[in-house]
Ligand binder design. Structure first.
Ligand code: GCO
Length: 453
């Protein structure tokens, strides 16, 4: 069983669900630019998406009907501060305050993410995350959020998935802003992002209208042991926190983004392996990054099996032919939630929220309006069963946010992927409740007791 106060929720992000409105006063976001450049699947854009900025009352009422107790949403920096600094869009303040109050009216605890990739284009034009002034720009944004929303929202995540917005946005270039920086620049960006996180923590606590809890939501692909042998477990842990990626793939690392925040130092192995690419790192930098946080988020979708080789060194194990995959061609690896919980809690000793987990399916609506997504139910049942197993063994799992509630704009994949437990007909904006939503209601009501494993 999960602990009595376990937080059951769903997650989304502003840009992926809100849509726009010609009078909303929002500034241009780097994802607007990226879609205008035609760099998304079939040139899809998020100007309407699930139109949640106009339909959130209906959507939160549906969440209540389905027993959702917490909602991890994000505030769009570009909507709130159109130029990124200075002017505040009062329409955005009113919108987000009404959203938060509407969540609470429906018995839903708001968990806000400050940055889920909605960078104002005006700041990207000044270098974006490559410009270390972003540390102050992000702190100014955090101050505006603290002053306007912390009287009604007291749980805030600072950054969502630095691995992605750095790795995909600036290094591989398949996400906004679609840059391809040098290895040296990628490490500078990461150092800027971590310092921005630290300064935001300080700022949020300084200007909050009440005591708040602050978290952080990186992601990881999970190295898990191919067997339960102590050797394979040690080998998997070594890979999970180690540096087995070459520099072209370094941004997917786990410990590089979390050790500084939680332990106060970059991992020695990484400092050694990547020393030729690193920016200047001062003691003051590390003190800024290492601000106390209240909980640790982790977005987890899948992992890869590792065993101990004859020499004790880790070996990557090929998956058998026909290994189960999602519609997004991601491997289905439920054991990764068990092992990630064990490994992360052992290393960081903080309550863990699984801040994202879910799957893309080729969903369709039947004539009677039903959506039969049995494979999503099986996926969630197996992943949650593994998470519960970690909790039963003493890992402090504080909550789980299913990705995602409404089908939405899946970044460069546009609307080709459906991750929601609610089907959205984008032409009519009609919502259809998928079987997985009714199943998840039972899981939440039973606090996990109905899970089959
Ligand atoms: C991420 C982002 C989400 C994605 C989800 C499905 O983890 O990439 O946080 O915005 O939409 O994970 O890819």
């Amino acid at each position: 069983m999960f602990r009595k106060d376990f937080v059951w929720g769903v997650a989304s992000s502003a840009y992926q669900v809100e849509g726009r409105d010609k009078n909303d006063g929002a500034g241009t976001c780097i994802w607007d630019t990226f879609t205008e450049e035609g760099r998304t699947f079939e040139h899809h854009n998020a100007y309407v998406s699930a139109d949640d900025m106009h339909r959130y009352k209906e959507d939160y009422a549906l969440m209540r009907e389905l027993g959702v107790k917490a909602y991890r949403f994000s505030v769009s920096w570009a909507r709130l501060m159109p130029e990124g600094t200075g002017r505040v869009n009062e329409k955005a303040v009113a919108l987000y305050r009404d959203m938060i109050l509407e969540m609470k009216k429906n018995g839903i605890e708001p968990y806000m993410t400050l940055y889920h990739w909605e960078l104002p284009q005006a700041l990207e034009d000044k270098g974006g995350w490559l410009n270390e002034e972003i540390i102050d720009w992000f702190a100014e944004y955090a101050k505006v959020v603290a002053e306007n929303f912390t009287d009604i929202c007291d749980k805030i995540f600072t950054l969502n998935e630095p691995q992605c917005f750095i790795g995909l946005g600036y290094y591989r270039g398949i996400h906004a802003p679609g840059k391809k920086v040098t290895p040296e620049e990628s490490f500078r960006i990461a150092h800027n992002a971590l310092r921005a996180h630290g300064k935001a923590v300080i700022t949020l606590r300084k200007y909050a209208k009440q005591p708040i809890q602050i978290g952080y939501a990186p992601t990881s692909g999970v190295a898990y042991p191919a067997s339960n042998s102590p050797e394979d477990i040690e080998a998997a842990k070594k890979v999970y926190f180690g540096f087995y990626n070459d520099v072209d793939n370094w941004t997917w690392n786990v410990s590089w983004y979390s050790d500084p925040v939680i332990l106060g130092h970059y991992p020695k192995e990484g400092l050694e392996k990547y020393k030729e690419y690193l920016p200047e790192i001062t003691k003051e930098d590390m003190e800024l990054i290492h601000q106390p946080i209240d909980f640790y988020g982790q977005n987890i979708y899948n992992g890869y099996p590792v065993r101990a080789g004859a020499d004790g060194e880790p070996e990557f194990v090929d998956r058998p032919a026909g290994f189960p995959k999602t519609a997004a061609e991601w491997p289905v690896t439920p054991e990764c939630l068990y092992w990630a919980g064990k490994f992360l809690y052992e290393r960081y000793q903080l309550p863990i929220y699984i801040t994202e987990n879910g799957m893309s399916c080729h969903d369709n609506v039947e004539a009677d309006g039903s959506v039969h997504d049995a494979n999503r139910i099986q996926f969630l049942d197996e992943y949650l069963g593994n998470l519960q197993k970690a909790a039963d063994e003493g890992v402090e799992i504080a909550g789980y946010f299913l990705w995602t509630f409404l089908d939405n704009f899946e970044w460069h994949e546009g609307y080709s992927e459906r991750f929601g437990i609610i089907y959205v007909d984008y032409a009519t904006q009609q919502r259809y409740v998928k079987d997985s939503a009714f199943w998840y209601k039972k899981v939440m009501e039973s606090n996990g007791a109905v899970l089959s494993c």
